[in-house]
Design a protein around this ligand. Sequence first.
Ligand code: PLP
Length: 395
Amino acid sequence: MKDLEQLRARLPALRDVTYLNTGTLGVMAEPVLERYVEALQRVERFGHARWDEVRATAEAARQRLAELVGACPEELAFTGNSTDGLALILASLRWSPGDRVLTSDQEHPALLLPLSAVSRRHEVTVHQFTVGSTPEETIVSFAERLEEVRPRLVAFSHVSCETGVRLPVERLVSMAHQHGALVLLDVAQSVGQCRVDLRGLGVDFAAGNGHKWLHGPKGTGFLFVRRDMLDLLEPPLVGDGAVEPAFERTADWLEGWRFRSDAQRFEFGTRNPAPWIGLTAAIDYLEAIGWDTIERHQCVLVRWLHERISAIPGVRWYSTLDPTCGSGMVTLGLSGWDGETLSRVLWERFQIIQRRVLVPNGIRVSCAYFTSFEDLEKLASALEQLAVGSAGVRE
Ligand SMILES: Cc1ncc(COP(=O)(O)O)c(C=O)c1O
């Protein structure tokens, strides 16, 4: 990629480590950090003296985020992360005993745990479809399970955190809707690394974050509720800011309150606006590099890595190379090594940051806009040494 050296120079972490774990946490570029810190200084130094001005700037982030994900600002609520958003949506649906949910076999605990809580609390059953190695395989499994389960809600990730595969969301959503099911999409791993058009995809609800592929402030996330679905959700918590404002303290105002008509019914109390200004700066920064450039760069890196390591004895590649259903995140294993140990040794001996995966057993490698061939060469040569040295750790 053009200007890669310059982009990398703005990321101090890269001086000490090989950073291949954007799928867990992004690293913020210095110019973004400067804008974020400047916002934080305004908030903390001036308090209420400049509160309205800072709040208005932060509010612009809602518009910016809405444009990025193909939504209207009224359809977005700010949250702390994707986990917040997923849990809030699941806790807000009015469940009935016997309701069924269909999810995939490659989901993050951020979705599985609130689903399990819904199941415990409301006698809802949770069923799975299988994510295949091609979109067609996934569609076949989904169609079969949809027919059998007849779910009220279908909930799955846009990009799998286990293998980096990108699901054929548009097709799955259309099938789910034909069967009368609602759709909740987890976009934690897609926003910032591939295009996300929530309106185009047709989903009813979604949740994502700013701290992974957008490389924005930690503690930024959002939930999306399609405009016509808002009244289907009854937030489990209510507080000042989440309801239509009461301009008079009439005797019965506490009986008569109503939730706001937009997604901000999920926000209440005093919140720090600075991270949202930081997130706007992060989006501006990536947009200046260009989404097409970023996607192309990730795709080239993934192919290069595959080619480079396929000759290493014992390497197993678990992800797709098809750019239409892959991403910048891939999972690989090394024979004789369990993922946990391999991940730890790559960090401790080689200062390569990646993440272990339990199923399939291996490590996940994130190729981001700043990743270089040299980073991947370091990984490949570490794997070569470990393959030859064989630690004798059995899977
Ligand atoms: C698919 C998926 N969903 C949800 C999460 C949780 O995201 P957050 O850290 O924003 O709560 C992750 C984090 O790794 C993830 O990979």
